[in-house]
Design a protein around this ligand. Structure first.
Ligand code: HEM
Length: 218
């Protein structure tokens, strides 16, 4: 098992290095802001009401934007940590497994990893406009049975069970905190950036739940 995890990890690092070499290239399947994306069933007004409900305000936007400069050179290191966590947690790496063999699909992991790097930057840009909202719907569909596996054309399990999505808010943001502290920001600013990240990731994990619910229940 340990060897398998190490191999997986190395494949991830290999692919991420390749993608960094072509930094300006849009990762395959990253369709943010394009006409390939459907309109979110949720309105911007409803998004605002949800943000208010989790105490997400202008200050959080300010601190997310502050984190962009700090995180932009660190996405690969952050992803090494996140992927290390997923690879060593069997109930999570299962969702990257080949449906027939059950083995983790290294290429699938690597392709998603490139889009994940874009997501870190997009989250830190904190532009809560229609394009952003529409892409949240798309990400939800890609975790759900409607679109899982389709973007990378892989033969993996058909759905990510929803319960794991909000759960991952905690490891994602807890492991991000040391990276926020790496470029000399004050402890107070690091805390504020971290809190804004927790709220933003929670907000997104809620939005991604829309496809999992019956019409009118979300
Ligand atoms: C806070 C929780 C989570 C975050 C921030 C997150 C983030 C992302 C992002 C940014 C993508 C790529 C979206 C794109 O295509 O542009 C993605 C896809 C994916 N995520 Fe998550 N995710 C979360 C929860 C989970 C969980 C719990 C799993 C289970 C292991 C998971 C497995 C996957 C898989 C398999 C894909 C590829 C789906 C496909 O297109 O086939 N994610 N995730």
């Amino acid at each position: 098992m340990k060897t398998k995890i190490a191999t997986l990890f190395l494949i991830g690092i290999f692919y991420s290095t390749a993608s960094e070499a072509q930094q300006q290239k849009t990762p395959s399947g990253y369709t943010y802001g394009t006409s390939a994306i459907a309109k979110s069933p949720m309105t911007l007004e409803e998004l605002k009401l949800l943000q208010q409900s989790l105490l997400f305000g202008e200050d959080d936007i300010k601190y997310l934007k502050m984190s962009h400069e700090i995180l932009k050179e660190q996405t690969s290191d952050i992803l090494d940590v996140w992927y290390g966590f997923v690879a060593s947690t069997p109930q999570l790496v299962y969702f990257f497994g080949n449906k027939t063999t059950g083995k983790p699909d290294g290429e699938y992991l690597a392709k998603v990893r490139e889009r994940f790097a874009m997501w870190i930057l997009q989250t830190a840009e904190a532009n809560y406009d229609q394009k952003w909202l529409d892409y949240q719907y798309e990400i939800g569909l890609r975790h759900y049975s409607t679109k899982k596996n389709k973007t990378d054309n892989v033969n993996s399990v058909p759905i990510i069970n929803y319960r794991y999505i909000p759960a991952l808010t905690i490891p994602v943001t807890t492991t991000l905190k040391p990276f926020l502290a790496k470029k000399g920001a004050s402890a107070e600013d690091v805390d504020k950036m971290y809190n804004a990240w927790v709220k933003s990731v929670l907000l997104q994990s809620i939005l991604w739940g829309q496809p999992y619910m019956k019409k009118g229940e979300f």
